[in-house]
Design a protein around this ligand. Structure first.
Ligand code: PLP
Length: 392
């Protein structure tokens, strides 16, 4: 194995690059988390996260991965036997649905096309057929990280309203929060799952949940056993002491720094940067696709994600062979395919603390790997990305 020199390019769709100033903020000794100093930081995180979620409601934060926040979304608001409808989008919807089933919920999967995204009309039809309002919750992955597809949450809310259905709307924003516009209150979301390690530019380690008053009301009645995740219990504590047990205090300092960083750029600026860099990546993939051996996995161009692009390898080369070559030869790390996409797609993460040269570097390594492995591809992918991103 050759010795890797120079900077490694982390181009997976999370965890993402952690900027130096956030690393510095995280770098502190254990502390007494009951002090006024920490209370101030915890409050700033609570209110800062509300601005990023675009909500006036409570946000609960745990020392956990996104899986923990998923579990909190399931455990808090339902009782065993309750029906929830999870919309199929890819690997992450699949795992969330599986988790709901393990908690004893009647988890129905609204079948969907991984390449096209959630069809709001289909959802509306299913909800209209539920005349007795048995469905208690609807689960949607805003940005399906396994396929690189962003669902239209506003259109999904409209479909729920058109059906006059009272189910809770649960949204997973793990790979969209802090990278793409998300509007919890305007879009009528009740339970919003987030994680620290993507757009929020942290290590994995914090899971969070935005919760509407309607969902809090449901939590009062839900009988699923829970302790660590219990939002009712957390709400009895002051706003800066809601984390059950010892607060992972250094993470709060890191998150406060991340929120400051995002707000200095402005949220609209952050979203515009992600959209631009994503389009640069798409220009390159579109050029390569002309060779016939690779293509966008997502067939609905309007839904291609601004945080991750899944590239399908349609020829004989396994996508893991491809991305391991890119890793071993050029020290550029790409994401792999999940579940049935294993060996078939590689994923380019383009979210978090990222600029043009980082995107160009990643794309150049991909193009070089296409050449080395003699994979047919159209010329000029990197040039197209340079041209697009060089324009002001
Ligand atoms: N949901 C989505 C959309 C994700 O992308 C991920 C992780 O990548 C998760 C859930 C699970 O989060 P974690 O890996 O932090 O448990």
């Amino acid at each position: 194995m050759p010795i890797a020199r120079g900077r490694q390019f982390l181009a997976i769709p999370g965890p993402t690059n952690v900027p130096q100033r956030i690393l510095r903020a995280l770098d502190r000794s254990p502390m007494d988390f009951t002090t006024p100093e920490f209370a101030e930081v915890a409050k700033e995180v609570q209110f800062g996260l509300r601005r990023i979620y675009k909500t006036e409601h409570d946000i609960f934060i745990w020392a956990s991965t996104g899986h923990g926040a998923w579990e909190a979304a399931i455990a808090n608001f339902y009782s065993p036997g309750d029906k929830v409808l999870i919309c199929e989008t890819g690997a992450f919807s699949e795992w969330w649905k599986e988790m709901a089933g393990l908690f004893g919920l009647d988890a129905e999967y609204l079948q969907g096309d991984w390449r096209m995204g959630i069809d709001p009309d289909q959802l509306e039809e299913r909800l209209k057929a539920d005349k007795a309002h048995e469905i208690q919750g609807i689960g949607v992955v805003h940005n399906e990280t396994s396929t690189g597809l962003t669902n239209d949450v506003a259109a999904i809310r409209k479909a729920i309203d058109a059906a006059g259905h009272p189910a809770l709307l649960m949204v997973d924003t793990i790979s969209s929060l802090g990278s793409m516009d998300f509007r919890m209150d305007e879009w009528g979301c009740d339970v919003v799952v987030g994680g620290s390690q993507k757009g929020l530019m942290q290590h994995a380690g914090l899971g969070m949940l935005g919760v509407s008053p309607k969902a809090i009301h449901r939590a009062e009645k839900a009988t699923t056993p829970r302790r660590y995740w219990d939002v009712r219990r957390s709400m009895q504590a002051p706003i800066h002491m809601r984390n059950p047990g010892t607060a992972p205090a250094h993470f709060f300092y890191g998150l406060k720094e991340a929120i400051d960083f995002l707000e200095e750029e402005t949220l609209d600026g952050v979203f515009a940067r992600h959209a631009r860099l994503a389009e640069g990546v798409r220009q390159a993939v579109a050029a390569w696709a002309k060779g016939g051996a690779i293509d966008f996995y997502v067939k609905n161009p309007a839904r291609r994600s601004n945080s991750v692009t899944a590239v399908e390898m349609t020829g004989p080369v396994n996508s893991d062979t491809f991305r391991f070559a890119c890793r071993d030869d050029f020290n550029v790390l790409l994401g792999g395919g999940l579940l049935q996409l294993g060996g078939k797609v590689f994923r380019i993460g383009h979210l978090g603390d990222l600029n043009e040269p980082m995107v160009w570097g990643t794309l150049a390594a991909i193009e070089a790997t296409l050449q080395r492995l003699i994979i047919p591809h159209g010329p000029g992918g990197v040039d197209a990305a340079i041209k697009f991103l060089a324009a002001r």
